[in-house]
Each structure stands twice: as C-alpha cells, then as structure tokens.
Design a protein around this ligand. Structure first.
Ligand code: DSN
Length: 420
C-alpha cells in the first residue's frame, strides 16, 4: 500500500488498523532491525503483495489448474519457476510454499513415510523448529535424530554425525540452520548420506539470498537432492518458500505441496517471488550480499574488541550469537529488552546445550541483512557494536539508555528504509 488515496480510504474505514500501520512504519524507520531472519522487502515486492493477484485462486500448476482465468497467473508462476531454476542452478523449482514451515513439511511428507528417521541439527546448536523439534507436528510424525557442534571449535562435529548416521540409518540427512554462525562444506554431508543411503536436504532459508548472489556455497552444486529456502530473509522477497530439487523428485514434491499440504497458492506472493528472483540475479544484489558478509565480520570484530563473547568466536555468514550470560551476566530475554529500549531489535537465542530455557536463554542473535539493505557499512557496524556493548553493560541505567537510544536514532535517521 503505497498510494495515498488507498491510505486515506483505510484511515477512513478502519482507523485502528491505520494507526497501527503508521506506528509499525515509524518503528521500522526509527529503530534498527538486527534480527538475522528479517529484512526490508524490495519496494516492488510491497507493490505486488498489495496487487490484484491477491484476488485469484490458482489451485494446481501452470497449464493444469482447477479454476479458469489463469492467463496471467500461469505467466508469473512460470517466470518464477524458470528464474528460480536459473538462479540456483536447480533442475526443478516449486514456488508455491506459503512459508518456511509448510515448505519443509512438504519435502518430508513428499519423500518419506511417517516414522522414517531424519538426521538433523540439534535445535540449541543452530537447527530450526521444522528440523524436528518435539513440539512440532513433524517431530511427532518422523523419528528425528541429532547431530551437534563440537564445543571446542563450535563447528559441526562430523565424526559424531557419521556415528549417529551409521547407528540410526536415516532416510534423510538435513542440514541448514537458523542460528549457526558458520558455513560448511556440503560435500561432507553428502558423503555421510551416501554411505548410509540417505537423501540430502539443505534448508538454506537464512542464506538463500547469499547463495543466489553466489557469495556462499550452493548445496545443489554438491549434488544435494533438495534445497529449501524462504524468500523473505536475505533475499528481500515476500514471505514465502521455494523448494528446489532434482528432476527425479519433481512430481513427488509438486504433489506434496498441492494437493498434499496446501490449497490455493498465494499468487500475489508468487508474483512478488518472481520479481525478487529477477532482482536477486542483478549485479547490485551481489554487491549487497558481499556487503552483508563484510558487515557481519566487521560487527563480530568490533564486538570481539569489546570483549563480548560470541558463540564460535565470530561468523562466516550473516549472523552472530552473543553469549550474554558470559559477557554481561544477563540472560537473553533481559538483553533483548535492554537493546529494545535503545532502538536495536534483536532476539533472545539459545546457545549450544543451553542450560537455560528458550524464553530465558543465554544469548541473543544478531544479523546484518537488514542494516545492509539500509546502506550501512563498516563505520556503522562499529557504532552498532559500541551501542550494544555499552547498553548491555549499563545495567538498565535509564540516563545511559536515553543517550544510547539517541545514538541509534542518529544512525537510523541517516539511512532510510527502502519502500517506506
Ligand atoms: N523464524 C525464523 C528465524 O528467525 O530464524 C526461522 O523460521
């Protein structure tokens, strides 16, 4: 919603929601988004999400729909599929998953049988809810077994991973993370999977944009069977998911998404995904992705200089995890709240084998996709690190926090949010 007649109409018809919308826009401008899974969508994405495509039902796939009137929806879905295949060097693409959870569920349910064993990363070591958390439906349907990181290096312990694989004979090996600050060689997973006859799936939701820009490794290049990614994180697209796979799994994956799991795809989202994939193929996006990585390294270095303890000591990707208990004697919930008060938005985060519960864990997680979208660079990462360290050391002192909040606002006022 960008044009003012539409905004005026909304203000008149539902002022409560209009006021909340204006509040959220003001919050996003004034504060700095440091949650690594969040970003500011391309303005084109915001336009398409609010477009006429939202009105259309398109159950099925291009050329084989259950409803008429599909000339333009077929066109956008075909474009999205072709662009996704080209960008990620994939044999097949499904662009309909409504978001990350149904995307991963569609893969499990399409390629496996209930009760099958899946080897995936332990949640506290960086895995995701959809990688079999006991509270998730997938955790009840499938038998998830775990690998972890090595406490001495912070990297994945491949010896232990191989032992678990040999002992449990998984049907699927899943890699991918939402709080692991390192990269890895996908061939290592592939070798283990091949040894035990398992399929391979990489959930690269956090780094999909960085893989699209070729600044991080692409698991499909290492022969992975399936790769999933959300489109709204480092890619700056709409909320949604992509499944990329070998041609031999195409039928099973497509049938699993629809009619297996979902009904009508959100065609406004598919249109926005198509545009995102075009923008992500541009040289400017490669520059952006390189800067995301450079900013993460700069932020980590500036925190290290201030004696802030980072899980694994630093980062190879776009995210960092601060051990706030060791660094400041603060649990992650208190650290998140303190940083909120000075205008920095982060999220509390469990650290490997965290002795504390998820709502009061031992750390916070930060990422650089969103500040980089605003155009911030090395100098701003230094200032953000200083604000973080000084805020968490201030012990809730209101006068200190007021000054720190003013520093955040100086920063954000210099770097507008694209599209707002
Ligand atoms: N909620 C996302 C994240 O923050 O990593 C993943 O679904």
């Amino acid at each position: 919603m960008t044009s003012s007649p539409e905004r005026t109409r909304l203000a008149q018809s539902d002022n409560d929601i209009f006021v909340a919308l204006k509040g959220e826009e003001a919050r996003q401008r004034a504060e700095l988004e440091l949650i690594p899974s969040e970003n500011y969508a391309f303005p084109e994405v915001l336009t398409l999400l609010g477009s006429a495509f939202t009105n259309k039902y398109s159950e099925g796939y291009p050329g084989r729909r259950y409803y008429g009137g599909q000339e333009f929806t077929d066109r956008i879905e075909n474009l999205a599929r072709e662009r996704a295949k080209a960008l990620f060097r994939a044999e097949h693409a499904n662009v309909q998953p409504l978001s990350g959870s149904p995307m991963n569920q569609a893969v499990y349910l399409g390629l496996l049988e209930p009760g099958d064993t899946i080897l995936a990363m332990d949640l506290s070591h960086g895995g995701h809810l959809t990688h079999g958390a006991p509270v998730s439906h997938m955790g009840r349907i499938f038998n998830f077994v775990r690998y972890k990181t090595d406490p001495s290096t912070g990297a994945i312990d491949f010896e232990a991973l191989r032992d678990v694989a040999r002992a449990t004979k998984p049907k699927l090996v899943v890699c991918g993370y939402s709080s692991y600050p390192r990269d890895y060689d996908y061939a290592d997973f592939r070798r283990v999977a091949d040894e035990v006859g398992a399929l391979t799936m990489a959930d690269v939701s956090h780094i999909g944009g960085l893989i699209a820009a070729d600044v991080m490794r692409n698991p499909l290049d290492a022969g992975f069977d399936v790769m999933t990614t959300t489109t709204h994180k480092s890619m700056r697209g709409p909320r949604g998911g992509l499944i990329l796979c070998k041609e031999k799994f195409a039928k099973k994956i497509d049938a699993s998404v629809f009619p297996g799991l979902q009904g009508g795809p959100h065609m406004n989202q598919v249109a926005a995904t198509a545009t995102t994939l075009r923008l992500a193929a541009m040289p400017a996006f490669q520059d952006y992705a390189r800067q995301v990585l450079a900013n993460a390294k700069a932020l980590a270095a500036a925190l290290n200089v201030r004696q802030v303890k980072l899980v694994t000591g630093g980062t190879d990707n776009h995210l960092l995890v601060i051990d706030t208990v060791q660094s400041f004697g603060l649990d992650g919930a208190k650290a998140e709240a303190a940083l909120d008060r000075v205008g920095l938005t982060v999220n509390k985060q469990v650290i490997p084998d965290d002795p504390n519960p998820p709502m009061r864990p031992s750390g916070v997680r930060l990422g650089t996709p969103a500040p980089t979208t605003r155009g911030m660079g090395h100098a701003e990462m230094e200032e953000i690190a200083a604000i973080i360290a000084e805020t968490l050391a201030a012990g809730g002192d209101a006068a200190a926090e007021t000054k720190l909040a003013a520093r955040t606002h100086t920063l954000t006022s210099r770097f507008p949010v694209p599209g707002l």
